[in-house]
Design a protein around this ligand. Structure first.
Ligand SMILES: CCCCCCCCCCCCCCCCCCCCCCCCCCCCCC(=O)SCCNC(=O)CCNC(=O)[C@H](O)C(C)(C)COP(=O)(O)OP(=O)(O)OC[C@H]1O[C@@H](n2cnc3c(N)ncnc32)[C@H](O)[C@@H]1OP(=O)(O)O
Ligand SMILES: NC(=O)C1=CN([C@@H]2O[C@H](COP(=O)(O)OP(=O)(O)OC[C@H]3O[C@@H](n4cnc5c(N)ncnc54)[C@H](OP(=O)(O)O)[C@@H]3O)[C@@H](O)[C@H]2O)C=CC1
Length: 515
């Protein structure tokens, strides 16, 4: 019997960010392993014209929840969607709902965040820092609360090379940052943002670091733990391999490469690709929830959820396997054949951006214009290059994360819990994982049918022929222009033609003699 699964039985659990990538997998695993839990409160906002109920309905009707519905047929009754906007005071939660949350919650998993790298500081502070502070305040008023689990990121201190399972202070206190956001205007905030974030690459990593400081400062008597996952990728095993539902991290780039838009990226092939499957993160999160509530460690423990020190994979190996999978299962309607490569420095990267990204986009837009359609490729390409430039920081460096607490927790689990809540990435086979990841992107993100593979392959063969034809035409035009202008080119051309002629004449003569 799993002690962790039994622990969550009968519990009232509050999840923020339950509609996000990690939140959905967390809910799925909770219901699948502890179908007898009392209730899961989720703080949900309305979005894209959907009510909170409609959003829950959509999640429950997705493929991710198919197994849950078998083991917990009344799952819809156990999810209590509470309207909340984490950008608002008291999260805009109604009085009755707030009362219920305060009096009933046993465990909190705080997953909500803005994960955009380019969010203005004000917005990132609001969600990643102020909302965390408010949630802690709520938590301190919950008499039945046993544990508060905060999801941070392994990159909150990406300005360091070696990162321990401790909270590193930021130069300016979070409280001062929160206060200043209230009275500074946007223009001034934009101006001081680079100074505040210092040697971190974006507002996301900076505000996640501030969020951790807030957790430490406001922890009071609460049982708190912080989890720091690295780059969260598709599911490894559960509920099935390859599930992914957003474009963050590598997923968007896999699509861009598979559709032939992305042809080169400035990356260091030997740098560690610290990817971690989302189900691994969720298993660790649930194990940490149990350990924090039951063992009540004296201080806030931080758990690194990373793969690099247990089972390292590098970007070269990852890129290679991604491309190998495209050969077997190509994406449909590719713009060009998938043939991406890593470049090593900024100058070659600029060159390939001009030749392999911008030029084809301009040519294609010209073709669209000629055929009376609206040009769109240049805009799309600019967006892609901007995204790539933001991710480059993370694919050109390696980090070392100490994992003392994570290993300690692993050793504390019973063999059954180690199996059911497995977060030991030493067992992960990267080649298999990456192949399933690419397949998952095709099936669950692009919603492409496997039956379309022969047609996709045929399309790629057509693209290859067009590519050869285009290159031959380009060569002939260039050559024709050259011999019209240069005596030397004419001499070379004359030499080649006469050499071929002589060779053919000799060949014809010798074959006639044999007869
Ligand atoms: C030895 C040698 C061997 C060589 C071998 C050969 C090598 C070959 C190489 C081949 C390459 C193969 C493929 C690649 C394989 C791997 C490559 C490396 C991947 C590297 C990625 C790693 C980086 C991750 C770093 C993570 C560090 C921190 C981790 C975290 O803690 S947080 C999670 C990470 N967060 C993110 O990833 C968010 C990043 N995104 C953003 O910040 C923004 O989206 C943006 C990038 C700034 C873009 O903003 P825009 O405003 O321009 O666009 P917008 O967001 O409005 O979106 C545009 C349209 O796209 C849709 N969209 C965007 N995001 C999403 C989403 N998450 N879900 C769904 N849809 C999304 C959006 O809707 C827009 O659509 P529209 O409305 O229709 O226009
Ligand atoms: N993905 C990754 O690679 C990594 C993620 N993490 C951390 O893991 C956690 C989960 O990330 P992930 O699931 O990938 O992120 P997602 O972007 O997929 O999910 C974010 C969640 O936060 C919710 N949210 C955002 N703003 C608000 C708001 N104003 N009010 C209410 N809810 C809001 C979103 O709701 P809605 O659906 O309404 O937008 C969504 O449910 C985050 O804390 C992130 O920092 C850490 C390392 C890596």
């Amino acid at each position: 019997m799993s002690m962790i699964a039994a622990f969550y039985g009968g519990k009232s659990i509050l999840i923020t960010g339950a509609t996000g990538f990690m939140g959905k997998v967390l809910m799925e695993k909770l219901f699948r392993t502890s179908p007898d839990l009392k209730v899961v409160y989720i703080l949900v906002r309305t979005k894209a014209g959907q009510t909170t109920q409609q959003r829950v309905f959509q999640i429950l009707n997705s493929k991710l929840f198919e197994k849950v519905k078998e083991v917990c047929p009344n799952v819809h009754e156990k999810i209590r969607a509470i309207y909340a906007d984490l950008n608002q005071n008291d999260f805009a939660i109604s009085k009755e709902d707030m009362q219920e949350l305060l009096s009933c919650t046993n465990i909190i998993f705080h997953c909500a965040a803005t994960v955009r790298f380019d969010d203005p500081l004000r917005h990132a502070v609001q969600l990643n820092v102020t909302a965390t502070q408010q949630l802690l305040l709520m938590a301190s008023q919950m008499p039945k609360l046993e544990a508060f689990i905060h999801i941070s990121t392994a990159f909150s201190n990406c300005n360091l090379k070696h990162i321990d399972e401790v909270i590193y202070p930021c130069p300016v206190e979070p409280k001062k940052i929160i206060d200043s956001m209230e009275w500074l205007d946007d223009a001034i905030i934009d101006e001081i943002t680079p100074k505040l974030i210092g040697d971190r690459p974006n507002t996301y990593t900076y505000t996640k670091a501030l969020g951790e400081m807030v957790v430490q400062q406001e922890s009071g008597n609460l049982n708190i733990a912080i989890i720091r996952p690295s780059i969260v990728g598709a599911t490894w095993q559960e509920p099935f391999p390859g599930w992914v539902d957003n474009l963050n991290g590598p997923s968007g780039l896999i699509i861009a490469a598979g559709k032939g838009f992305l042809r080169s990226i400035r990356a260091t092939p030997m740098a560690v690709a610290d990817l971690i499957p989302v189900d691994t993160v969720v298993n660790l999160t649930l194990a940490v929830g149990w350990y924090t509530a039951v063992h009540r460690p004296k201080s806030t423990l931080i758990y690194h959820c990373t793969s690099g020190n247990f089972n390292p994979c590098n970007w070269g190996k990852m890129g290679f396997q991604v491309l190998a999978t495209f050969e077997k299962v190509p994406f449909e309607k590719a713009f060009r054949r998938p043939n991406a490569d890593f470049t090593s420095n900024i100058i070659t990267s600029q060159y390939w951006n001009a030749v392999s990204h911008r030029a084809p986009a301009i040519i294609y837009d010209f073709y669209l214009r000629l055929t009376g359609r609206k040009p769109r490729m240049t805009k799309l390409m600019n967006r892609l290059l901007r995204t790539v430039s933001m991710l480059e920081y993370f694919v050109n460096r390696s980090w070392e994360w100490s994992t003392y607490n994570t290993e300690m927790l692993m050793s504390e689990l019973s063999p059954e819990d180690q199996r059911v809540f497995n977060f030991d990435v030493r067992q992960l086979n990267w080649l298999e994982y990456i192949e399933n990841y690419v397949l998952g992107v095709k099936k669950y993100l692009l919603k492409e049918d496997m039956a379309g593979i022969p047609e996709a392959k045929q399309h790629l063969r057509r693209l290859r022929n067009i590519h050869y034809l285009f290159n031959t035409a380009l060569f002939l035009i260039a050559w024709r222009l050259l011999i019209a202008r240069s005596q030397m080119a004419r001499n070379v051309w004359f030499f080649i033609v006469s050499f071929c002629y002589k060779f053919l004449s000799y060949f014809r003569a010798s074959s006639t003699l044999k007869v």
